[in-house]
Design a protein around this ligand. Structure first.
Ligand code: UN1
Length: 478
């Protein structure tokens, strides 16, 4: 049986106990046993990162770039194997699993350019014979706390940039999906990262989170709003820099001039692919009354053709829900929706087979005030809300505690631009699904959906570096 340990100071370290990582499609199948670290070991990981920091922070940019590129190369070379591992621990389809590994490789390749692009500014000072320099430095030791739904891509897009800008890292992945994070640590080690620059501790957030938040110079977290708030509150005492990527209740607006086949495809992909387990997933489908019935009819027809089943099989569209508790939560919300008077248009039931399988589920006749349209479910469950025209649709879309991603399907340029301007969300998708993002542009939401600055692309430098302004009195005026 495969056993995997923590990574501290470049060494693999036993934990306090081993926990089984099970396949949600076949819960009896153990993917591997993973060692959980103690609080003292999480502290050791922070100490190792602290010790590695001075050298890594000023390391040669070419050295840093080469290591990140090699990590990307290995992810690409092993995309099929690691994609299958991802699918076995998380449940998304093999196509999605391989796609996520390839995306992670691209993230490393993109980030490999960052050390070479790091520059600053030099301005003439306002006193004669002076120059003012504006430069950036690493923040320091960064704790990365990552979710189960993108077990490789989220650790990759936090770690690649953190390391590119000269920070050292302690990663604590979700205890539900430790396998990909372990492979990433192994790959970075082999790519030539110095001991202690990247450390991995497994365990639950309740136990390890506090020590990581207290001991790091910055914390980047993706996960639930409740945990995000706890991290933020805890970080205040030490004024630790915090970046939070939290929930969504993402609206997709379908206007009466939409290409309905496109609208159905966009809704289907956004709401149900990856089993709806994306913070960017479409959950509120706001449809103009004039096309409501035609849209619902076509969407239900497409939903009934989706194949839910073993995610390792090529014909499968939708894999299992990640875990028993998550399935219980999804089913609870199906009941909540019914009790509130929502009408079940499709799905709603657990599949009669081994594994945590839920039918893709659609409710119609819902209103935006219902709990099913307020709380994040994080499963393959979406609701249709009827609307009267663009203004009404926008007001429904914006009436939410969350503001991560939003979408509009329309043939009208003016309507699309009006929606883009007035949507409160951090990401706006025009004739495209609310989920499924590019790695080279900023990502994140507003308000309770996101806090502390965007991730990825040109935004990553903001979180992972500190600014410094230097005044130099060199006395040269000529
Ligand atoms: C995507 O939609 O491709 O946890 C990515 C999440 C997000 C990533 C979404 N941080 O679902």
């Amino acid at each position: 049986m495969m056993e995997r340990r923590n990574w501290i100071a470049g060494r693999q370290v036993d934990g306090v106990r081993l926990e089984a990582n099970c396949n949600p499609a076949r819960p009896a199948e153990v993917v591997g046993h993973y060692a959980w670290a103690s609080v003292a070991q999480a502290q050791e990981a922070l100490d190792a990162a602290r010790e590695a920091l001075p050298a890594w922070a000023v390391s040669n940019p070419q050295t840093r770039s080469d290591i990140l590129r090699r990590a990307g190369d290995e992810l690409n070379a092993r995309a099929e194997e690691l994609g299958a591992l991802l699918t076995r621990e998380e449940g998304k389809t093999l196509r999605e699993g391989i796609g996520e590994i390839r995306r992670s490789a691209q993230i490393f390749h993109y980030a490999a350019g960052e050390p070479l692009r790091q520059g600053g500014e030099a301005l003439p000072g306002l006193r004669d014979g002076t120059t003012a320099m504006v430069s950036r430095e690493p923040v320091g030791v960064v704790a990365l706390i990552t979710p189960w739904n993108f077990p490789m891509a989220v650790p990759a897009w936090k770690a690649a940039y953190a390391l590119a800008f000269g920070n050292t890292v302690v990663l604590k992945p979700s205890e539900v999906t430790p396998a990909c994070a372990w492979e990433l640590a192994d790959i970075l080690h082999r790519a030539g990262l110095p001991a202690g620059a990247f450390n991995l501790v497994n365990g639950d957030g309740r136990t390890l989170g506090p020590v990581l938040v207290d001991g790091a110079d910055a914390v980047s977290f993706t996960g639930s709003p409740g945990v995000g708030r706890t991290i933020l509150e805890r970080s205040v005492a030490r004024m630790t820099r915090v970046q939070l990527e939290l929930g969504g209740k993402n609206p997709l607006v379908v206007l009466d001039d939409a290409d309905l086949d496109l609208a159905v495809e966009v809704a289907l992909q956004g709401a149900f692919y990856s089993t709806g387990q994306r913070c960017t997933a479409t959950s509120r489908i706001i449809v103009d009354r004039r096309v409501h019935d035609a849209f619902v009819e076509r969407l239900v027809a497409k939903m009934s053709a989706l194949r839910v089943g073993d995610p390792l099989e090529a014909a499968t569209d939708i894999g299992p829900v990640v875990s028993e508790p998550q399935l219980a939560k999804d089913l609870h919300y199906v009941t909540v929706a019914r009790d509130e008077g929502a009408e079940l248009a499709f799905g709603g039931g657990r599949l009669d087979r081994d594994g945590y399988f839920l039918e893709p589920t659609l409710f119609v006749g819902t209103s935006n005030t219902m709990r099913i349209n307020r709380d994040e479910v994080f499963g393959p469950v979406a609701c249709v809300i009827p609307a009267d025209g663009l203004d009404h649709a926008i007001s429904i879309a914006n009436d939410s505690e969350h503001a991560l991603s939003s979408g509009v399907v329309t043939r009208g340029l003016a309507a699309a631009e009006t929606f883009r301007r007035r949507s409160r969300a951090g990401l706006v998708m025009v004739n495209a699904p609310t989920a499924g993002i590019d790695y080279h542009v900023p990502f994140g939401g507003r308000g309770p959906s996101g806090y502390g600055g965007r991730e990825q692309g040109s935004a990553a430098v903001e979180f992972f570096t500190e600014g410094k302004t230097t005044y130099i009195n060199h006395g040269i005026t000529g």
